[in-house]
Design a protein around this ligand. Structure first.
Ligand code: GAR
Length: 207
């Protein structure tokens, strides 16, 4: 059984998708947040999942918050830490501590549109597609080996909310799959690439 700790900052719909997927050999050990009012915490607690929060505003520095968060996370002996809408920039120490077992979902087709307001910026740039990226986390913001990407069209007249909703439904499909692939040991990091051993086998069969 692999222990998974999920970090959220708000609604937690991606966390819900991962919990609801009932991934074989995965145990959601805890859902943690930087905000005690994150709606997703109540959802998880109602389902008997351990929850906890640490208010980042109570800490004097990013490093102090991350160190305290690491202590909380490590109490659950995680095999995987999942950032599911965790809206904090992480210190290099945090990223190094969980190297190879820390994954994030970002609402753009990376490397385009790192940071915030991704859908607004895609609309402003006149993009015809938007999407999401699930990647291993490294110290550089929204970088790191890419596990999976989903793409949706941007339609004439779309608002940023329209695009966000279309992307979110793809996030809810891809993220549980990526977690399942990790848990099953199907993801191998090779330089800046992630090889999905099962899908590569499929691809080879097609060639
Ligand atoms: C998701 O769209 C996720 O991609 C994004 O926040 C949303 C969280 O929604 N993450 C980031 O922007 C990280 N930089 P959720 O709380 O309903 O899962």
């Amino acid at each position: 059984m692999k222990n998974i700790v999920i970090l959220i900052s708000g609604r937690g719909s991606n966390m819900q998708a991962i919990v609801n997927a009932h991934i074989p050999s995965a145990r959601i050990a805890a859902v943690l947040s930087n905000s005690s009012s994150a709606a997703g915490l109540a959802w998880a607690a109602e389902r008997g999942i351990a929850t906890d929060s640490l208010d980042h505003k109570a800490f004097g520095s990013r490093a102090a918050f991350d160190a305290a968060m690491m202590e909380k996370i490590d109490a659950y002996r995680p095999d995987l830490v999942v950032l599911a809408g965790f809206m904090r920039i992480l210190t290099p120490e945090f990223c190094t501590h969980y190297a190879g077992r820390l994954i994030n979902i970002h609402p753009s087709i990376l490397p385009a549109f790192t940071g915030l307001h991704t859908h607004e910026r895609a609309l402003e740039a006149g993009c015809r597609v938007a999407g999401c990226t699930i990647h291993f986390v490294t110290a550089e913001l929204d970088c790191g080996p890419i596990i999976a990407q989903g793409v949706v069209p941007i339609l004439d007249g779309d608002s940023a909310d329209d695009v966000a909703a279309r992307v979110l439904s793809v996030e809810h499909r891809l993220f549980p799959q990526a977690v399942a692939d990790f848990v099953a040991g199907r993801l191998k990091i090779s330089g800046n690439r992630v090889i999905n051993t099962e899908r590569d086998t499929d691809t080879q069969a097609l060639l």
